[in-house]
Design a protein around this ligand. Structure first.
Ligand code: 5GP
Length: 197
């Protein structure tokens, strides 16, 4: 059993059959050692992709994304969920449907942080239907930049996100792949990208 999967089994709380709460190490309290190994693994998986920026969505993507950016030695950008007070002209803006809130929100990235030369690694805490990653991908496209890959900490493999992202031609790596949350019990897909997290 890999440390991330063990942590999910030990500390994850299943809400209904579709949502996993991991607020003891990722979504509220953060385990920095675990985030560090996650960053190392993503950095290794994507090191050949010429990544120039890491992009995530505030707030739960920031911890794994900043560690990944540190290990790749590139900046981290987090897309903001509320409109900033600056002029909209200065922003890339996309509407993204939130799986956990079940509502659409507008996310923004300042135009000064992404350009046509960038190869952008998208990092997020969870993958469900793929809306967050697709929305970040649209922001990258607005900038004329390229998505270098997508790194996900916890994929719910029983939801369609991975398929949706693969259909767009993206390279997707998930560190833990959950096959089912049925009956409040977490079970994993046996194979996953990382051997050491
Ligand atoms: P998607 O956009 O792929 O449908 O959902 C991914 C986004 O929704 C992530 O950014 C994550 O914050 C949130 N999310 C989706 N499923 C879960 C879940 O089971 N637990 C938690 N904590 N967040 C989730």
């Amino acid at each position: 059993m890999k440390p991330l999967e063990q942590k999910i089994l030990d500390e994850g709380i299943v809400l209904g059959d579709h949502v996993l709460k991991v607020d003891s190490f990722l979504n509220h309290q953060v385990d920095p050692q675990l985030m560090h190994s996650i960053g190392q693994t993503f950095a290794q998986l994507f090191e050949a992709e010429g990544v120039t920026k890491v992009l995530t969505l505030e707030s739960s993507g920031i911890a794994p994304a900043v560690m990944t950016a540190l290990l790749l030695n590139v900046p981290l950008i987090f897309a903001r969920k509320r409109k900033s007070l600056t002029l909209k002209d200065d922003l890339f803006t996309e509407k993204i449907f939130s799986f956990t809130k079940q509502e659409e929100s507008e996310v923004t990235v300042s135009r000064k942080f992404l350009n046509g030369e960038d190869r952008v690694l998208l990092i997020d805490d969870f993958l469900a239907n793929g809306d967050a990653a697709l929305g970040l991908g649209r922001i990258v496209a607005q900038a004329g930049a390229t998505v270098a890959g997508i790194g996900i900490v916890i994929e719910k493999a029983f939801q369609p996100g991975r398929e949706v992202l693969l259909q767009q031609g993206y390279r997707v790596h998930s560190l833990a792949r959950i096959a089912s949350l049925d009956g409040g019990k977490v079970s994993f897909v046996t194979e996953s990208a990382a051997q050491n997290v």
